[in-house]
Design a protein around this ligand. Structure first.
Ligand code: HEM
Length: 493
């Protein structure tokens, strides 16, 4: 028996070595098998560490996060080669215990792998989002929520945290888009949702051992895993309850919000008697799509707002330039969709915020669905491939003085927005998996920022220096360390 087992063991080892020798794998530093590059993946500066390693090993770096091998793409040429030139090859998603649990077995868009079902849901959700870009729909929702919160901000008599307001504004906005309801500013249900989302981020931020050792969750789950599962259930229960309410009150031909758009898509498939499509549109899939739009949208948007205000307090002269532009373009009106294309300097500040503030860090990991190559290296099918957006956005080859906040990078000599974005600017990623919300996020955030600056001069409290420390809140995702601001009405509203 012993001899047989040893024989099988040696056989497997030889098979593994021969299989690996077939490939020209990307380089990376040596590590202890199974433990992997511990110092990298436990670092609070993981995105900077990976970028540093790419200076030594080249733009394609192979690292082990525990037993999971990941390939990091750290330069725009290799990123575009993978995501655009070989787009189908790299359009998959790896399965981690947490993503599988959160997406109820890969039934959403963002975390599910490349498949006809993913494609169908992406198309339906894209159509539903485009609905909000028609007429004044998006603007009405934004303006209403904004007005309420700006009024509350104006009443603050002491220095306060803008992050708290960014959370409220953005959650209320997505609450209206997804569930069709406008809630009062101190609504308990929205506050509870913000708290649950924060708990979930904290669970992810501290890392889940079950993502590295999947079997642990079935044998001896950690306390963090149990907490994560509990928070996930509570969050999904909120969406499930809203979905049920909508099904009970749905009226054909009336589109109240994003959930109704999902129900309309299902009804269209029913009318066409398309059984194959209908099977993919069961309640769980549709609830997961709503959850995706809600959660993919809130964190990225509220964090971008937080970074924007941070940079505006650090650069008062740039803030004044935005305000001059807003006053010139908008006059006594409030900034709205029709002004969007004329707020070029303000938009350039937003683009620069998206570059410097690490809101996506490593994005959502990709997986290649077949054997492929990038940067001259082989990437075997099933490899987790991570886009290092932070490295792209700080690459000195493309950005002069990369740490400097400089909106002029996006403008020509006449102060007009350049027709194309700088090559290494990729906050929404590219290719088949490009962010589905980009067309909504850009005008939404611009309008919020422009309205904020139209009404207030924002500054740090007297005598307080900008806090230059950042804190890691996710996989390569950073926020400015806690800071307080004061606001002064510009027109004595
Ligand atoms: C500043 C705002 C935002 C940024 C920087 C951002 C960035 C990203 C990035 C980097 C990805 C991953 C792309 C990839 O896998 O290569 C992504 C995916 C996604 N985003 Fe966004 N996003 C933002 C806002 C939004 C909003 C507002 C929504 C929804 C309304 C949204 C919905 C999605 C969805 C559904 C996906 C998954 C796409 C897929 O896997 O096919 N995002 N986003």
């Amino acid at each position: 028996m012993q001899t047989v087992l040893v024989g099988i063991g040696i056989g497997l080892l030889v098979y593994y070595v021969i299989k690996r020798m077939r490939y020209r794998l990307p380089p990376g530093p040596w590590c202890i098998p199974l433990i992997g590059h511990y110092k990298v993946y436990t670092s609070a500066e993981v995105h900077r560490k990976v970028t540093q390693l790419s200076k030594e090993y080249g733009p394609v770096v192979r690292l082990s996060f525990g037993p999971v091998t990941m390939v990091f793409l750290n330069d725009v040429d290799v990123v575009l080669e993978a995501l655009v030139k070989k787009k189908a090859d790299f359009a998959g998603r790896p399965t981690f215990s947490s993503s599988y649990t959160f997406s109820e077995g890969g039934k959403d868009i963002a975390l599910s792998t490349y498949s006809p079902t993913w494609n169908l849901h992406r198309k339906i959700a894209g159509k539903a989002l485009r609905h909000y870009l028609q007429g004044d729909l998006l603007e009405d929702m934004i303006q209403d929520n904004l007005d309420k919160f700006l009024k509350k901000m104006a009443q603050e008599t002491e220095p306060f945290s803008f992050k708290h307001y960014a959370d409220l504004m953005v959650f209320h906005q997505l609450y209206t888009i997804c569930f069709g309801e406008k809630r009062s500013t101190d609504d308990a249900e929205v506050k509870a949702l913000i708290k649950l989302n924060e708990d979930l981020l904290a669970d992810f931020g501290s890392g889940l051992l079950e993502d590295i050792v999947p079997y642990l969750k079935d044998i001896y789950p950690t306390a963090s895993w149990k907490k994560f599962v509990n928070t996930t259930e509570q969050l999904l229960n909120v969406i499930r309850a809203k979905f049920k309410q909508h099904m009970d009150t749905f009226r054909p031909g009336v589109n109240r919000d994003f959930i109704d758009s999902m129900l309309i898509a299902r009804q269209e498939a029913e009318n066409e008697g398309d059984e194959a499509v209908l099977q993919k549109l069961d309640d769980t899939h549709l609830i997961q799509t709503v959850a995706d739009i809600f959660f993919a949208g809130v964190d990225t948007t509220r964090m971008t707002m937080d970074w924007f205000v941070y940079y505006m307090t650090r650069h008062p002269e740039i803030q004044s330039q935005c305000q001059e532009e807003i006053d010139r373009v908008v006059g006594s009106d409030h900034p709205s969709m029709k002004h969007r294309n004329s707020l070029e300097f303000t938009e350039a500040c937003l683009f620069e915020t998206m570059r410097l503030g690490s809101v996506v860090g490593f994005g959502i990991p990709h997986m290649n669905i077949c054997d492929s190559q990038v940067g001259g290296y082989d990437i075997p099918s099933g490899t987790t491939v991570v886009i290092n957006h932070w490295a792209l956005h700080h690459d000195p080859k493309y950005w002069k003085d990369p740490e400097k906040f400089d909106p002029h990078r996006y403008l020509d000599e006449n102060g007009k927005m350049k027709p194309t974005r700088p090559e290494s600017w990729l906050p929404f990623s590219a290719g088949r998996r490009v962010c589905l919300g980009e067309t909504v996020a850009k005008p939404e955030i611009l309008l919020m920022c422009a309205n904020l600056l139209k009404r207030f001069k924002i500054s740090l409290p007297n005598g307080v220096e900008p806090n230059l420390d950042f804190k890691l809140v996710g996989f390569g995702v950073e926020l400015p360390s806690e800071y307080n601001i004061i606001v002064k009405e510009r027109f004595g509203n």
